[in-house]
Design a binder for this molecule. Structure first.
Ligand SMILES: C[S@@+](CC[C@H](N)C(=O)[O-])C[C@H]1O[C@@H](n2cnc3c(N)ncnc32)[C@H](O)[C@@H]1O
Length: 229
């Protein structure tokens, strides 16, 4: 399976990186305040964790989510790693954080054989640019399916809302019914959709059935789950 969106995405982000180094725009973000709000929603999936957990940041750009986690979740016990298609971003991250695993790979094409409690995708589906809408939707479904395969507990991701008051060309506004059908048909029925914060976007958490089942040990609830003990 190939990924027809990759070439254009690499061109877009290479260009931003070369022209806006050292600013939020190097990864196409409007401001640090936007990023903090967005990351806060993305991290909501693990904020109640008591035990040690692993997170993998897919499309990590310059690993600013790692910096956000260091600043805001130092009381939790976690290990961070990331994946990115643009080798320039990967090189900068490896130089900056030599102890962290950064993969230069495309998880839309094939899932990794590495597994994490949570996979996080922030801002990955916003900038469609020259890609066709159909290709973009296939890309987002493929990478979400593969990320879900690699998680032990759940995945967290965001999309631009379709409920906006103006449209920009080259931005992808989620087709919500299509996305919900995909989640239910291909991932599962255990999800949260948060559309209650300032930005014109929403954040979704999708959980593994086995994880949710573990939260409901009462035998009364056994019938709601398909997975074996
Ligand atoms: C808007 S940036 C967000 C970067 C980072 N998550 C952040 O919030 O700072 C989107 C990122 O997704 C990456 N990306 C696009 N297609 C990808 C793919 N198939 N696999 C991994 N990353 C991809 C881009 O290279 C870019 O770094």
């Amino acid at each position: 399976m190939n990924n027809p969106t990759r070439k254009n995405q690499e061109e877009v982000y290479r260009n931003l990186y070369e022209n806006h180094k050292g600013t939020s725009m190097a990864v196409s973000s409007e401001s640090q305040a936007h990023k903090r709000l967005r990351f806060n929603e993305i991290c909501g999936i693990f904020e109640n964790e008591q035990e040690k957990f692993t997170v993998h940041d897919v499309g990590m750009g310059l690993a600013q989510l790692y910096e956000f986690m260091l600043a805001n979740f130092s009381d939790l016990n976690w290990e961070y790693s990331g994946t990115e298609i643009l080798h320039e971003y990967v090189t900068e991250c490896r130089n900056k954080y030599p102890d962290i695993n950064f993969y230069n790979r495309d998880l839309a094409v094939t899932p990794g054989e590495d597994y994490y409690d949570y996979l996080l995708l922030s801002g990955v589906f916003h900038q469609r640019r020259e890609s066709k809408i159909g290709d973009w939707e296939r890309f987002s479904q493929n990478i979400l399916r593969n990320a879900f395969h690699m998680c032990k507990k759940g995945i967290s991701f965001n999309f631009i809302s379709p409920f906006v008051d103006f449209y920009q060309t080259q931005v992808y506004y989620a087709n919500l019914p299509k996305l919900l059908n995909f989640i239910i048909d291909d991932l599962g029925r255990f999800f949260v959709l948060k559309h209650n914060y300032a930005l014109y976007e929403f954040t979704v958490y999708v959980y593994k059935e086995s994880y949710i089942k573990g939260l409901h040990p009462d035998s009364e609830f056994k019938k709601y789950f398909k997975v074996e003990e």
